[in-house]
Design a protein around this ligand. Sequence first.
Ligand SMILES: [Zn+2]
Length: 481
Amino acid sequence: MKKLAQFEPKEVFFYFEEICKIPHGSYHEKALSDYCVLFAKEHGLRVFQDDLYNVVILKDATNGYEKEDPIIIQGHLDMVCEKKNDVVFDFETQGLQLDTDGQYVFAVGTTLGGDDGIAVAYALAILASKTIAHPALEVVFTVSEEVGMEGAAGIDLSMCRGKKLLNIDSEEEGIMLSSCAGGVRTYSEIPVKYAEAEGNKIRLEWSGLTGGHSGVEIHKWRANANVLMGRLLLSLHRKHEFLIAAIGGGLKDNAIPRESYAEIIVSTADATKIIEQINQMVVAYQNEYCVSDPEMKLSYSLETSYSGTALDKSSTEKVIGFLNCAPNGIQAMSMEIEGLVETSLNLGIMDLKESSVLFTYALRSSKGSAKEALCDKMCMITELFDGTIRMSGNYPAWEFKKDSDFRDKMCRVYREMYDVEPKVEAVHAGLECGLLSEKIADLDCVSIGPNMSGIHTTEEKLEIASVKRVWEYILRLLETK
Ligand SMILES: [Zn+2]
């Protein structure tokens, strides 16, 4: 049964529902990519599909629009696959189970992929139409945006003539995004050695932290469970000897970690005093983060006769040292756009491997030079603790253009439709516009989208009325000369 057939715009919700039937998590976009290719062929449109499964579809201008500049409409094919713990769902074989409360569309127990399925639905609906007036259209669907923008990095756009790009990958109606941060993942690996250890084992676990997205929520100054564990271990280590037997925390480089754990081996004589100190520190940390992380808690357990292995003294000191010397969180605020974070990093994952502890960071900046400087700093600090550093998923910032004809036109059309001024904003997170700007000289981009909340989580919701308004806006934009 078609769940969304009752909603307007019918053609947009039709394609959105079709997309949701086809599994399309990151790195599994082939089926949806093939669907788009088949769609283009059935509609007599020129289509290109590359080895990554990126798709470009070209459609000629409609009558009277032949002389207008072509417009590139762009979105990504992949979605983040998250499901509730108690839900059995296979993202590689099953279509999403859509539902609605009349106001929002969501998926039962999983992410919805409104990010960025709605862009694909809008674009297909425009391509399929015989009545919408528009200049030449170049529709670009990329893959693997959510895992490092590999599609945008690898795509060939030499078939495109357009210099104006409408990216539909934002989540707040009425905002014309015009700049985003560049980013890179860094992996600092601190080598460790093991030694025999005996005594009492204390297991420490941070939980209940608020967490959040390491880009768009980094300005909320929330506690990072990995960093907090580092602080606790350092303050204990200033007064007591111990060895680390286990340490870890966090699931994703770009999520502020909500949980972390460590096991330390202490002497029997010290155990009570350490636990006393732990209790004092926890109260202090809870006080420090009472606004951002009111549910934060530390639990611990004591095992009295431990005999096994642990990191040796020097390795223990290096791990604590690195955790406390490496920067984390906001590093600089923009001096051009008030309230915008310019440079930040997040220790997303720490993981004890066989012969090292691996610290994975998501690092961002809207200034290329500031990103490079922070990378250099991370290299130095890692090397100071005898470690090695690797980087991956480097993508450039999309820097703010002072003069943008396309943005001016988009603002003008918005003003005419709604009689309010749209907001021109920048975001401390990644969009593909930076990479795409490297492919086409003088590319003029703006990113928009209908209202969505809870993206990348099982709470993801897409606002139906907003989908309609943004659709009407896009059509007006296309028909405005
Ligand atoms: Zn997206």
